[in-house]
Ligand binder design. Sequence first.
Ligand code: PLP
Length: 469
Amino acid sequence: MADSREQAQDGGIGSGRLANILRPHGDWRHAFSYHPMDVVLERADGIYLYDRDGRRYIDASGGPFVMNLLHNHPRMKAAITRQLERFAYPHPTLANPERAEYGRMLAEILPGSLNVSYLVSGGSEAVETAFKLARQAQLVRGNRDKYKIISVRDSYHGMTLAALGASHNPVSQRHFVPMIPQWPHIRQYSDFDRPAGVSREEWGVHCAQALETAIHYEGPQTVAAFIATPHGCGPDYGVVPPVSYWQTIREICDRYEVLLIADEVVTGFGRTGRWFGMEHFGVVPDIMVLGKGISSGYVPLAAVAVSDEINEAFLQSRAHFVHGFTMGGHGLACAAGKEVISIIRDEGLLENCRRQSERLFSYRERLLQRRTVADVRGWGLFLVAEVVRDKRTMEFFEPEQQAERLFQSLALKNGLVLYGTLYGPRRQPAFRRGLPIWISPPLSVTGEQVDEIMQRLEATFEEWEAALF
Ligand SMILES: Cc1ncc(COP(=O)(O)O)c(C=O)c1O
């Protein structure tokens, strides 16, 4: 029987290739719960990934929306190496000037009075940190009973227990229920259940009012914070709410002394064409969670930005935030974080993101003409194509047809690595609507490269539809 490598080289998508795509060569038995694919990465450069067999792929989703900069960026390598030559890891309590400087640079780009930051190593850690911070902030303000965090259904904030509890995703939660803690969830903004004759702005206010209702039911004296991502999640992934939604949320939070936490792990650091997604709504949160693009994947780094008002309350009450991780503020992470900000500025990446966004979304109508593409949405360099079998009923293919796996293997054959490809089949029950195909290339992508990505995507659709209908 031909092995997976031979089948990969023939570029075929026969049943062998399909069957082996998640079964690469090698002894992976000692890597717990790791499901690698049959693409063994050799190196990465620019927007391209190269496997051990010399095949080239475009990193069309920047990994899971991580690579805001190009792979193998010379300035990133130089900045990290420079720091490595001095020291890699400082004891967290020693004064590391890099950390102070990085905090200053973050404050320069963060909106409003988000002027102080707490450094951690990943998005889930940052979400946990934000929850504890919100709780202790309420305590230092004298709000003894405010401890609940409200979030939205079908969201995703990470895999640690509290982050997963807030996420309220039945598929990710199913082995861990009852979740600790069991905090309330509300609906999110959606374009898909907006009644006829109601404008997006009106609907935005209506959807936001779900927060006020929840606060009433829980008792305003018990609610510490509300967390959400700037754009929609789950079945509404990438839906950008109208300004009225976020402005109403801000008003409600202010009315009940509820802290507003914006989870910008995906939308931060230029992905939407501005430094942060919330800037599009003219709303400044009290706490902002940052990850992924913050270091563009070069070194693990994440952060929680806090308003001056919260910081002041801690300082005045002489309270220390009871928290800390061994790797928080790692020397290499601070060096990488600083260089990311400088590169985004020096290379004009916010401007390039806005420019190339127009090019990317110019493919919207063409995609929508396909029989399987039900919706195309997003912002900046973040496009979601929602794929179904039947646009009328919004049903997806039967599981036996292995439609997701076929899409993945065809995309790989056509030289595209997509977010879904990286993670194997999406679990269908999580999506009440179609399968999302995410396109989010590095922010320095060129117009020609956008065209190349979309041509390869169209070729993948052609072959996929031909195989399934
Ligand atoms: C919005 C959001 N928040 C938090 C996280 C968790 O980040 P991490 O995987 O780095 O723990 C993710 C990860 O995908 C995310 O999309």
